[in-house]
Write a protein that binds this ligand. Structure first.
Ligand code: HEC
Ligand code: HEC
Length: 229
């Protein structure tokens, strides 16, 4: 009796130990929960995460899941400043499971830059569907600068991490720069230079952007801003 009990117990214990990492790692995605959370975010970042007010609110749609999660945790821990979002990212408001859900949700939104042409007089034209599609559009306004010079600099200095066309790198959790508002990007450059944000989490002491003049960054941003034209 004793031996069997102990054996069973040992089996149960081993099973628990095996299952523990799974419980810790696996997060069951709950899209309905994500949709509900997004209603809060949409108050500033718009319904499909397009952002707005010329970049006062950045685009958050289509950013890498891991990047989104990291930023939300940084906001929560007050390691990245963001006054407007403070109350929305407190642990009580946004526990880890919510951060996981909303990060997956937002990372899967694909924004178009143009609507395909359609014949609105054709039979079967669905005006409502077209309107919904139009809501998912986002075009970054062109910013001033020498795009040729910007392209050269970008390819030499930024491409290795931010991708060939500035669309970021999901696997490496690097955000897009193309398709993001230029004014928002400038604000982040200032945050990096002031040490309020860390540019490269793998090399926190690296001050990459310090080596660039204002005009060089202006040209890089000008080239990025026409990538979605
Ligand atoms: C009251 C307005 C407001 C609400 C609501 C809000 N945000 Fe934000 N969010 C901002 C502002 C402003 C910034 C830009 C901060 C900065 O300039 O560094 C920002 C930045 C971000 C960023 C960083 C983007 C990047 O490229 O690094 C993420 C991610 C983000 N918000 C996600 C969310 C999510 C998810 C929600 C909903 C849970 C949310 N936000 C709700 C105002 C808001
Ligand atoms: C070694 C890799 C690397 C290189 C090279 C690099 N970046 Fe980054 N960059 C990153 C990472 C990683 C982040 C996200 C930081 C974080 O997680 O908070 C980032 C974020 C940014 C952001 C903020 C984006 C946002 O949505 O908030 C800007 C702006 C930026 N980089 C500009 C540049 C420019 C301009 C260059 C070229 C001159 C450049 N980066 C080169 C890795 C790099």
């Amino acid at each position: 009796m004793h031996i069997i009990n102990r054996r069973i117990l040992r089996g149960v214990a081993a099973g628990l130990l095996l299952a523990l990492p799974l419980v810790l790692i696996a997060h069951e995605y709950d899209p309905e929960n994500a949709e509900e959370i997004n209603e809060v975010c949409a108050g500033c970042h718009d319904e499909y995460g397009q952002g707005g007010k010329q970049g006062k609110y950045p685009r958050i749609a289509g950013l890498p899941q891991g990047y989104l999660k990291r930023q939300l945790l940084l906001f929560q821990d007050r390691e990245r400043p963001n006054m407007p979002m403070v109350e929305h990212v407190e642990k009580r408001e946004l526990p880890l499971s919510d951060i996981e859900d909303i990060s997956i949700w937002l990372s899967r939104i694909q924004l178009k830059t143009k609507l395909p042409p359609v014949d609105e007089t054709a039979p079967g034209f669905d005006a409502y569907a077209r309107l919904q599609e139009a809501k998912k559009l986002m075009q970054v306004p062109r910013s001033e600068g020498d795009t040729k010079h910007g392209e050269k600099l970008y390819h030499r200095e930024c491409r290795s991490c931010h991708g060939a066309k500035g669309m970021g790198n999901a696997r490496k959790e690097v955000p897009m720069l193309a398709g993001q508002y230029t004014q928002y990007l400038w604000r982040q450059v200032k945050r990096f230079l002031k040490g309020e944000r860390i540019h490269d989490p793998d090399e926190p002491d690296d001050e990459l952007l310090k080596d660039f003049t204002h005009d060089e960054l202006r040209d890089i941003f000008a080239w990025l801003s026409v990538q979605d034209d």
